[in-house]
Design a protein around this ligand. Structure first.
Ligand SMILES: *Cc1c(COP(=O)(O)O)cnc(C)c1O
Length: 239
């Protein structure tokens, strides 16, 4: 029997999400094709994730390397692109590189250098983004905005790493203008990075910003990649 004989809830939610993202793009006067969707799959069992990939989700993000490693083999036949979107501990770099196509959460040079060296050792390239803490909230990972350009330029110059853009988590605030200002800051940093003309910056066009609760704001500020979990999978079980 085919694996998918009728549309399951995850497929319906994914279709609704794609509409929502496209509406946000059109409302901002942008081409909906400019905004891709990455599903944040933390805590979701692999059969549910598989269902989403079968429904067309081709970009997945995991926060924890353990979860990435646990789910990736069961998805390998569908070949989704797997991203690391959470803090990557240096002792997990080798494991992460076994499965990840992109690490979005690079926020210090030590980690970037370690990734670069390991990529050289295993003879592969890796897409990376620099994560910026635009909200300044102490609980959030990411390099401070004032230090972001310097870090991004250093990362871009490392062998085997391809800097593809910047990532952020929006401010946890109901004040839409405050959230928007953070996203605009990330866009300004990306524009400065690309305009620098420095080695390795030409491809750094991605703005990974916007989640279930703030994707309209992020798309209005230029997001090229929204990372969505709950809007597709429902609420995560509490830890
Ligand atoms: C969980 C998570 C998301 C998705 O958040 P939702 O609110 O569930 O859409 C996006 N980015 C990161 C880094 C996350 O950890």
């Amino acid at each position: 029997m085919p694996e998918q004989t009728f549309r399951r809830p995850v497929a319906l939610h994914l279709a609704a999400l794609r509409e929502r993202v496209a509406d946000a793009a059109r409302a901002a006067g942008r081409d909906p094709d400019e905004v891709r969707v990455l599903l944040a799959t933390k805590t979701m069992p692999v059969d549910v994730v598989r269902e989403a990939v079968l429904a067309g989700a081709d970009l997945l993000g995991e926060n924890k390397v353990q979860e990435l490693v646990a789910k990736a083999p069961a998805l390998a036949d569908l070949a989704p692109s797997l991203h690391v979107i959470g803090r990557l501990q240096s002792n997990k770099v080798n494991l992460a590189l076994r499965w990840a196509e992109c690490v979005q959460s690079v926020d210090d040079l030590d980690l970037a250098e370690r990734l670069s060296r390991r990529c050289e050792a295993v003879d592969r390239d890796l897409d990376v983004m620099v994560q910026v803490n635009v909200s300044g909230e102490a609980t959030k990972a990411g390099v401070a905005p004032d230090a972001a350009l310097e870090l991004a330029l250093a990362v871009a110059a490392l062998p085997r790493l391809r800097l593809v853009g910047l990532m952020t988590i929006g401010a946890a605030s109901r004040d839409v203008e405050r959230v928007a200002a953070g996203f605009a800051r990330l866009r300004g940093l990306r524009d400065a990075l690309v305009a620098s003309g420095a080695p390795g910056t030409a491809a750094a066009r991605e703005l990974s910003m916007g989640m279930s609760g703030d994707l309209e704001t992020a798309v209005a500020e230029g997001s090229t990649l929204v990372r969505v979990g709950t809007a597709v999978f429902g609420d995560r079980p509490r830890a």
